[in-house]
Design a protein around this ligand. Structure first.
Ligand SMILES: Cc1ncc(COP(=O)(O)O)c(C=O)c1O
Length: 364
């Protein structure tokens, strides 16, 4: 279920943090069309899609300003992009010439730039391993290649995952928190200078419609950079548990799922059906779903969140047939587990809408 009151409050808070800079919706972080529409009505501009088939599907039902956030080698989808005349509405991501070989000009492309942090002469590398393009010279060279091949160079993206996706208030780890804050401050300073130089170098080759950066965890920092024209965000709308660990903001938990108690193996333990919905990323306890209501429940250390059943400790009052509510560690991945979302307003169900999965779409 999604609590629309919390969702709306989170949306307003994301807008406040962006301070007038447009937000592009990271669709992977919702995977529910109705809620994406609500975010767009609420002020988000355009979408950062996660696959080209997804963007084609959305464009066929009228959506535009769709940027595919990750490179694609899906030849069939790329053919459809040009044959169906959707090139005006969809921008595909590239960071090397080999990807261009598969795309039909005059498609719109966005140049993806590495926003990771490097220290100790390059021996320490922090951040997502994404684009090989890192310097203004490399970006300008690829930009020239893009233009020379007849593509429209539509935008530039540089996602600083080491700031946007790493909480600076990890619970119970004060030393790690200090290290994260120090790294993020250094990285933000380095990136602001480098991103501006890259944008300047690329703008000498082609006008850019947009310069995208950031994510839920970095909105105010990214939006403050003059070279950035828009910030991508999505997770802050659902407010999953991994986003509890930031100092700058505290989203309200808007997305929850319920599982039924199916047995009581011993006093104080209740077992619910299903629950094994770990989030992607490096495996760890912080990726597991968290029981939140009734309060005081804990996963079992040896069983965790199980494929078909999940025992919970601290369950004194729970009986067979009762319901336990959980939060997911990440945002849109939850939508891959359920076909429908119940929309709640002031404690009442006001609608039930399909997830992407419920529409028969599993893009990744
Ligand atoms: C390219 C890109 N931009 C932005 C984001 C941020 O999205 P969110 O706000 O959901 O964390 C992501 C998330 O992984 C991403 O891959």
């Amino acid at each position: 279920m999604v609590d629309l009151d919390a969702f709306d409050a989170n949306l307003a808070d994301l807008m406040r943090r962006a301070n007038g800079v447009p937000l592009r919706l990271a669709s992977k972080s919702l995977r529910v069309r109705e809620l994406a529409d609500q975010a767009l009505c609420g002020g988000f501009r355009g979408m950062l899609c996660f696959t080209l088939p997804e963007a084609l599907w959305l464009a066929r039902s009228g959506a535009s300003d769709l940027v595919v956030g990750y490179p694609t080698v899906d030849r069939a989808a790329l053919r459809q992009l040009s044959e169906e005349g959707l090139q005006e509405r969809i921008t595909v991501m590239v960071d090397c010439a080999e990807q261009l070989d598969l795309i039909e000009p005059p498609a719109r492309v966005c140049l993806d730039v590495d926003a990771g942090f490097r220290a100790l002469g390059g021996r320490l590398r922090i951040g997502a391993k994404r684009s090989p393009v890192r310097t203004p010279q490399q970006a300008a060279a690829l930009a020239r290649e893009i233009v020379a091949r007849g593509f429209v160079l539509d935008g530039l993206m540089a996602y600083e995952g080491q700031i946007a996706g790493v909480g600076d208030r990890p619970p119970g780890k004060p030393l790690l928190a200090l290290a994260v804050r120090g790294m993020q401050a250094l990285s933000a300073r380095e990136l602001a200078t480098r991103r501006a130089a890259i944008v300047e170098a690329v703008r000498e080759v082609a006008p850019l419609r947009f310069v995208n950066g950031g994510g839920t965890g970095s909105i105010e920092r990214t939006a403050a950079e003059p070279a950035v024209t828009e910030v991508a965000a999505g997770s802050g709308l659902f407010g999953p548990t991994l986003f509890d660990a930031y100092r700058a903001f505290s989203p309200r938990p808007a997305a929850l799922f319920a599982l039924p108690v199916v047995r009581v193996p011993s006093a104080g333990v209740a077992t619910v059906l299903g629950g094994g919905y770990p989030a992607s990323g490096p495996a760890g306890r912080d990726r597991l779903p968290r029981p939140v209501a009734p309060p005081g429940l804990k996963l079992d250390r040896s069983e965790g969140a199980g494929e078909v059943q999940t025992p919970l400790h601290g369950a004194g009052a729970l009986r067979v047939g009762d319901r336990v509510w959980f939060r997911h560690a990440k945002a849109g991945e939850l939508s891959e587990r359920f076909p429908e979302v119940h929309l709640i307003r002031r404690g009442e169900i006001v609608g039930t809408v399909p997830t992407y999965r419920g529409e028969g779409k599993t893009f990744l």
